[in-house]
Design a protein around this ligand. Structure first.
Ligand SMILES: [Zn+2]
Length: 302
């Protein structure tokens, strides 16, 4: 049973919009692509884990805090006998583990050693359980999900699951019976209530309203080559379609995400989209989907 589902983080959504509307530096883009890739891997794993049967709780994307330091868990799987902390990695290519170094063989580019990160996370989690006066067995594992990933020097006692082992790993969990009681339920509720909403790890560049391109772009491929055809935006690059209303609502969401302090009015959204539609169209869509406040001339929507 999924108790907390996975959604794209605010950081990822912001970077995705900024990449399209402002452009990112090489380093920022590297970070952004890593987030996209990471999320893609997590979703892929979620789809595989959906098949898990018996009584288990799945809690996705927990950000917890112990002794003033934060730690993240991609998937927390509560079963009768054990709590599994799963860290899903979507790395691609030939990697090597050498002592504490974890690097891509081809370029030598070094990444944070995921085993070190995992061990730290597991010990913080155990500490948290102790603070809550709870006693459960905890097992932490890294799931390398990308079929194009290989790891040289992987040892049999490393807490890792390689791409061609993921199905068997899930099957072995599935083959273990699990019945949950009120204690497990309380534990899951506590973990969810301890989730931190302010993520201190986020890296979003600073941006000003003036720097951002005001335009409509394709929902599917982010191309600006969209044209209006019979109440639809049609992409000249990928051929994707989106209704005018959906596109405006998507842009409103984006505006709220990037500029939460600004009010939504017909004029702000009209300027934000900067597209060949009348203000009346924007007014109609906003009225239909939001509640308006204030007098007609300067009403805003929430
Ligand atoms: Zn497109």
């Amino acid at each position: 049973m999924i108790l907390r589902s996975r959604t794209e983080s605010e950081e990822l959504l912001k970077l995705r919009s900024l990449n399209t509307l402002m452009g990112l530096t090489q380093e920022e883009r590297f970070h952004y692509f890593n987030l996209e890739k990471g999320y893609e891997g997590e979703v892929k794993f979620d789809r595989m884990a959906e098949k898990l049967q018996e009584e288990r709780y799945t809690i996705n994307d927990l950000l917890l805090k112990v002794n003033n330091s934060y730690f993240q868990i991609d998937t927390t799987l509560v079963s009768q006998e054990v709590i599994r902390l799963l860290d899903v990695k979507n790395f691609e290519g030939d990697f090597c583990l050498e002592k504490d170094r974890f690097f891509l063989v081809k370029t030598g580019r070094e990444y944070k050693n995921p085993i070190g990160q995992l061990n730290k996370c597991a010990s913080q989690f155990r500490q948290l359980l102790q603070d809550l006066k709870l006693n459960y067995l905890v097992e932490a594992t890294i799931i390398f999900i990308n079929p194009e990933f290989t790891l040289y020097n992987a040892q049999v006692d490393h807490p890792i699951i390689l791409p061609n082992q993921v199905s068997r790993f899930l099957k072995s969990i599935n083959d273990t019976s699990s019945k949950l009681n009120d204690g497990h339920k309380k534990l899951a509720q506590q973990l969810i209530s301890l989730h931190q909403t302010k993520n201190p790890f986020t890296q979003v560049p600073t941006y000003q309203y003036e720097q951002i391109k005001k335009d409509i772009y394709c929902k599917f491929c982010s191309s600006f080559l969209v044209s209006l055809q019979n109440h639809l935006f049609v992409c000249g690059k990928c051929g994707g379609h989106e209704t005018v209303e959906d596109a405006i609502l998507r842009k409103v969401k984006e505006f709220q995400l990037l500029f939460p302090e600004r009010k939504i009015t017909t004029t702000t959204i009209y300027e934000w989209c900067n597209v060949d539609l009348t203000k009346r169209t924007f007014c109609r869509v906003l009225k239909k989907n939001f509640t308006s406040f204030g007098k007609t001339s300067d009403s805003y929507y929430i």
